[in-house]
Design a protein around this ligand. Structure first.
Ligand code: MN
Length: 219
C-alpha cells in the first residue's frame, strides 16, 4: 500500500464478494473501484499541482492539515481524507465467520473503557446511526484511552492527534444498494465482517507509538 504520491488503488485483501451476505459484491466493487478510485484521482491531481506535498506520507498530511496554506486545507481534507478513510475502512473488514470479537489487549481495553464488548458495540452503533448525512464512526486511541466519536464527510481523527483503530463508513453509497435507507441494519451486518485481528494489530501499534504515527501504520 503506497503512502505517498502518486497514489495507486491497490486491490483489496479480499474479493468483492467476500463479505456476502452482509455487504454485497456490487457495493464493494463500486465503493472500491469508483468511489475510492475517484478520491485517489483527485488527490493525485491536487498533489501534481503542489510538488512540496508529494513526499509527505498520507497520515502526516492529514495530521498537519492546519499547517497547510488555507487554500489547500479543504481539498486536502476532502481528497486525502477520502483516500485515508476508505483504505482504513476496507482494511478493517474481512470475510465473516472468524472471530467476531477482539481478543487480548484490545479486548481488555474495551472491557475497561466500556464495561463489555456488547456495551461497546451498542455505543459504537448509536454514534454511527446518529451521524447526520455523510461521515464515519471511529474507535480511536486518545493517549491511553479508547474513544468513540464521529466525523463528517471525509474528515479524520488525525488532526486531533488521535490514533484510529476502526472506522465505519456511513455514507449512503456504503449500503444503499442492499440496505436501502436502513442504516441500522447495515451497522449490524458490518459488525459481522469487522476483521478484529487487524484492529488488534492497529491497537498494538498505536499503544506503542507514543502519539507518533509510524509510517507503516494505517496504510
Ligand atoms: Mn465511502
Amino acid at each position: 500500500m503506497n503512502l505517498c504520491y502518486p497514489f495507486v488503488n491497490t486491490p483489496l485483501p479480499y474479493a468483492y464478494d467476500a463479505l456476502e451476505p452482509f455487504i454485497d459484491e456490487k457495493t464493494m466493487e463500486l465503493h472500491h473501484n469508483r468511489h475510492l478510485q475517484g478520491y485517489i484521482d483527485k488527490l493525485n491531481g491536487l498533489l501534481e499541482a503542489n510538488p512540496p506535498l508529494q513526499n509527505c506520507p498520507l497520515p502526516l498530511l492529514l495530521r498537519r492539515i492546519c499547517r497547510l496554506p488555507a487554500s489547500l486545507q479543504t481539498p486536502v481534507r476532502h481528497f486525502a481524507g477520502g483516500v485515508y478513510c476508505h483504505r482504513f475502512f476496507f482494511e478493517g473488514m474481512g470475510p465473516a465467520g472468524r472471530a467476531q470479537q477482539p481478543e487480548g489487549a484490545l479486548a481488555a481495553a474495551i472491557r475497561q473503557q466500556f464495561g463489555s464488548f456488547s456495551r461497546f458495540r451498542i455505543c459504537f452503533s448509536d454514534i454511527a446511526a446518529a451521524v447526520f448525512g455523510s461521515g464515519y464512526a471511529w474507535l480511536v486511541l486518545d493517549r491511553d484511552q479508547l474513544r468513540i466519536f464521529s466525523t463528517v464527510n471525509q474528515d479524520t481523527p488525525l488532526p486531533e492527534g488521535w490514533l484510529p483503530l476502526l472506522n465505519l463508513d456511513v455514507w449512503e453509497h456504503a449500503y444503499y444498494l442492499k440496505h436501502y435507507n436502513l442504516r441500522s441494519a447495515y451497522i449490524e451486518d458490518w459488525f459481522q465482517v469487522v476483521c478484529w485481528p487487524v484492529v488488534e494489530q492497529r491497537f498494538l501499534l498505536a499503544s506503542g507509538s507514543r502519539r507518533q504515527i509510524p509510517d507503516c501504520y494505517c496504510s
